[in-house]
Design a protein around this ligand. Structure first.
Ligand SMILES: [Zn+2]
Length: 202
């Protein structure tokens, strides 16, 4: 993150008095055996508070506003797929990041959604404290509810720092979760096509 002198001034003026999250981080540093008043840490509580608020900003976003009426009537009824959407989230058990790629597909039922909106939907749910399984389901269910398509498929492949950094798993292990609804659940050929399209060019 870049050091912005104007931000530094406002942080100093604000001190540690106002923001309860900042004082929690201040205490956290002390509990960890650190000296929160040393040079390198003096602005850490305000940085961490701001960073955490950004990383959990999905709680404060409304899906309807994000989608902003970007639904379009269309006669197209083939699979729409957006793959390799970057996902960054925080595991709710350790507050450590998990990150990777999300693949989303649906088969329209007279309506499509602007393609750029799909990564935004992923982000609304990723910027919360999550477990990968629930994140996958929430994305699928939200799209199912808003687009009312014939079906939705969502796959997330992610690495979890809480597993990697603590040595619980090997460095390269990837957790894969999927959630299929409608025709993706009921029709083997649809699911197979989705999986084939996801694996292509990887
Ligand atoms: Zn964890």
């Amino acid at each position: 993150m870049t050091e912005d002198p104007t931000v530094a001034v406002s942080d100093t003026q604000k001190g540690s008095g106002g923001d309860p999250l900042e004082s929690v981080i201040h205490s956290l540093l002390r509990e960890l055996g650190e000296d929160p008043s040393r040079d390198g840490l003096i602005r850490t509580p305000s940085r961490v508070a701001r960073s955490l608020r950004f990383l959990t900003s999905g709680y404060r976003q409304e899906l309807d506003k994000v989608l902003n009426g970007a639904l379009f009537p269309v006669a197209y009824d083939e699979m729409v797929i957006v793959k390799d959407i970057e996902v960054f989230s925080l595991c709710e058990h350790h507050l450590l990041p998990f990150f990777g790629r999300c693949h989303v597909a649906y088969i329209p039922n007279q309506k499509v959604i602007g393609l750029s909106k799909i990564p935004r939907v992923v982000d609304v749910f990723a910027k919360r404290l999550q477990i990968q399984e629930r994140l996958t389901t929430q994305i699928a269910e939200a799209l199912m509810e808003r687009i009312k398509p014939q079906g939705v498929g969502v796959i997330i492949e992610a690495k979890h720092l809480c597993m990697i950094m603590r040595g619980v798993e090997k460095q390269n292990s990837v957790a894969v979760t999927s959630h299929m609804t409608g025709v993706f659940k009921d029709r083997e050929s649809t699911r197979a096509e989705f999986l084939r399209l996801v694996r292509e060019r990887q």
